[in-house]
Design a protein around this ligand. Structure first.
Ligand SMILES: [Zn+2]
Length: 204
């Protein structure tokens, strides 16, 4: 896939050799849900980072390359990566490297760097995506909505004035217009080099 190429630019040649199966050949039970196919999640599947795995994905990610783990910046105590299930394009997560569950378990150094990385993330997202606002916050514990409750992470969700439409309200579906790999490249390129650390050299 060529970086920066718009979805609409893909043509039949890109799918040469892909077998198209007719839905009429499959047994099915209709339900009330519409299906919105989300190719950006293939990045997640191909990287083997399914949340049902026993290994914690936020502990594994830093050992991988930035591209594979969708990491945009590495600090001393914390790092920043794209959420694999974004509410919006550019939905970032700030995590400590340590496997701690809740904010009160983080050290003063981790708390301080989560805050500074969050500030930098806001500036970078504003610069590269021209967003109008943010939702920032942490869900503490599964009961409070944390998808991966075992490893602390702060959400940074960029918002645009016109980003809410009827989809999430009536259909429980969110349309994400940009592929994760492209968003990662844009945000990483906009991140100040002085705060970046080296990714591991192994192509894991
Ligand atoms: Zn962890």
């Amino acid at each position: 896939m060529e970086p920066g190429r718009a979805d609409a630019a893909y043509g039949a040649a890109d799918f040469a050799g892909v077998e198209i199966e007719s839905s009429n050949d499959f047994a099915a039970v209709p339900d009330a849900f519409q299906r919105l196919w989300t190719p950006h999640r293939l990045v997640y599947i191909e990287n083997g980072q399914q949340p049902q795995k026993h290994e914690c994905p936020f502990c594994i990610a830093p050992s991988m390359t930035d591209e594979k783990a969708l990491i945009v910046a590495r600090g001393e105590h914390c790092y920043v990566l794209l959420n694999l299930f974004p509410y919006n394009s550019g939905h970032l997560l700030v995590c400590p490297y340590r496997h701690v569950a809740t904010y009160d378990e983080a050290t003063a150094e981790e708390v301080a760097e989560m805050a500074s990385l969050t500030q930098t993330a806001m500036r970078v997202l504003t610069a590269v995506s021209n967003c109008d606002g943010f939702n920032i916050g942490m869900n503490q514990g599964r009961i409070a909505g944390a998808g991966i409750a075992e490893h602390l992470h702060q959400h940074i969700v960029p918002r645009w004035a016109l980003d809410s439409n009827f989809f999430p309200i009536i259909a429980g579906t969110k349309a994400i217009p940009k592929l994760l790999g492209e968003v990662r490249a844009d945000v990483a390129a906009g991140w100040p080099a002085s705060t970046q650390r080296e990714a591991p050299s192994a192509s894991s």
